[in-house]
Ligand binder design. Structure first.
Ligand SMILES: [Zn+2]
Length: 461
């Protein structure tokens, strides 16, 4: 590729050329879901955004030269609460497993329908407890953590440049802290690495007693294990910058003695619904599942590729307003795009160039649409279109329809044309409607040479 990949880095507040630590193994970590409830449309955004980046990196560095890790947080007090509520009769461990397995399955089904590739590794927090204990041990040994009040806490004052990512100096955080300072904390900003568990809470044996990890330490442990002490890109939603990512950085850097945890930090913007902040109390809290499979949003179901394209029609760093109008717009665009096979073609330069400019999916979608229009007069461009659409993960699927069925439809279409010629519109409409009910859409047009009516058909999305 003749142009360079530029990414905006929250750490430096600048857009700069991306230079991987190792071109043979480009490493990216994105914070994954806490599995206790259906994923909502706000959760879908980072999954889609970083899927596009994953696809782009694979294109640039080669499919087998990118490692993408996205974790599953399967230990959390919200999970415990849900397990106790939903499975009061079960022993706690079984109840927790019931909640996390069901939620994880649903999450995978949801994001697959949104056209997202599976990450290279998807570690679970509970499979990495040993690694977390190892990091906490190191932090205590080198004076960055202490035991107090049944907890192991990170000492934020022990880190000279704590707060670099969020640009919040420690003093400012303390001055602004409205929460009452827990008496056992040395500094108000100190956060939990490990806490003791009571008998009705899940727990693991540790040097500090039977307990469970804090949230932040999970990501430090899993990224360290799968991507190394310093890796290329760390991603997530804007709401994770503080405290989650700030604290991940503090833990990893202080445990490993490194200057950075990841070189590039990328954050996607917030998601609103119909112009309002999404919240359960506002009643506009929509899950991916509801959008795909129920009629709660705009009175209808929405296909996964429409949701995905709607998401990519705004730059990832901008806030996005998720609305019926936006979904309809995405659907209109998609309906004009041809189904095609990339068959080894390279994506077009304008789409690549747009994506290489800090993932400018807005420009990429525009370029893709222009290309789709060009394919109407130049069929040779179809594979290029398909390869470009695939880079965004919005490749229209060719619906497989068997030949016998296809020729039956052709016969009905021909019959309808005869009826139209004979001005028997009632019968002609009957055929159109019957086909429509079976999901087949007819399109009438004129032959540019003879001027005669021609009808084509397609399987409706
Ligand atoms: Zn994380």
């Amino acid at each position: 590729m003749g142009f360079s990949l530029k990414l905006y880095n929250t750490l430096t507040r600048e857009k700069a050329e991306f230079k991987p630590i190792d071109r043979q193994n480009v490493r990216m970590y994105v914070c994954g879901p806490t599995v206790y409830d259906y994923a909502h449309i706000g959760n879908a955004r980072p999954v889609i955004v970083f899927d596009v980046l994953f696809r782009l990196l694979r294109h640039v560095y080669g499919e087998n030269h990118v490692t993408y890790a996205r974790n599953i947080t399967d230990v959390d007090d919200k999970i415990n609460a849900r397990a106790l509520r939903d499975h009061p009769g079960l022993p706690l461990n079984e109840a927790i497993r019931a909640v996390t397995e069901k939620t994880e399955r649903q999450f995978h089904a949801d994001v697959a329908e949104l056209g997202c590739l599976e990450p290279t590794v998807e570690p679970r927090a509970t499979d990495n407890i040993e690694q977390m204990i190892g990091i906490i041990d190191k932090l205590i040994a080198n004076g960055h953590a202490y035991v107090a009040g049944g907890e192991v806490l990170f000492d934020t004052k022990s880190m000279r440049d704590y707060g670099r990512l969020s640009k919040r100096p420690l003093d400012e955080q303390q001055a602004g802290a409205r929460v009452a300072v827990d008496a056992h904390k040395k500094n108000p900003g100190d956060f939990v690495l490990w806490k003791l568990s009571s008998h009705n809470e899940p727990g693991w044996e540790s040097p500090w007693g039977r307990g469970r990890p804090g949230w932040h330490i999970e990501c430090s442990a899993m990224s360290g294990r799968y991507l190394g002490e310093v890796f290329d890109i760390h991603g997530g939603g804007l709401d994770l910058i503080f405290p989650h990512h700030e604290n991940e950085i503090a833990q990893s850097r202080c445990a490993h003695g490194t200057d950075v945890m990841a070189n590039v930090w990328m954050h996607n913007g917030f998601v609103q619904v119909e112009g309002r902040k999404m919240s359960k109390s506002e009643g506009n809290f929509i899950t991916i599942y509801d959008l795909l499979h129920t009629e709660t949003f705009g009175g209808r179901k929405w296909p996964g590729d429409v949701l995905r394209l709607a998401m990519l029609m705004t730059h990832y760093r901008e806030p996005i307003d998720f609305s019926v109008k936006r979904l309809e717009e995405a659907e209109r665009l998609l309906s004009k795009w041809p189904a095609a096979d990339p068959s080894g073609a390279a994506p077009c330069d304008t789409v690549l160039e747009a994506l290489s400019d800090d993932l400018n999916t807005v420009a990429a979608v525009q370029a893709l649409h222009a290309l789709a229009q060009e394919t109407q007069s130049d069929k040779a461009l179809l594979p290029v279109f398909a390869a470009s659409a695939d880079l965004l993960g919005v490749l229209p699927q060719k619906t497989e329809i068997d030949e016998a069925l296809a020729s039956a439809v052709d016969a009905l279409v021909a019959m309808r044309l005869e009826l139209l010629k004979a001005k028997n519109f009632a019968e002609a409409d009957k055929i159109r409607n019957e086909l429509s009910e079976k999901g087949i859409q007819l399109k009438d047009g004129k032959d540019p040479v003879t001027g005669e009516r021609v009808t084509t058909w397609e399987v409706k999305r």
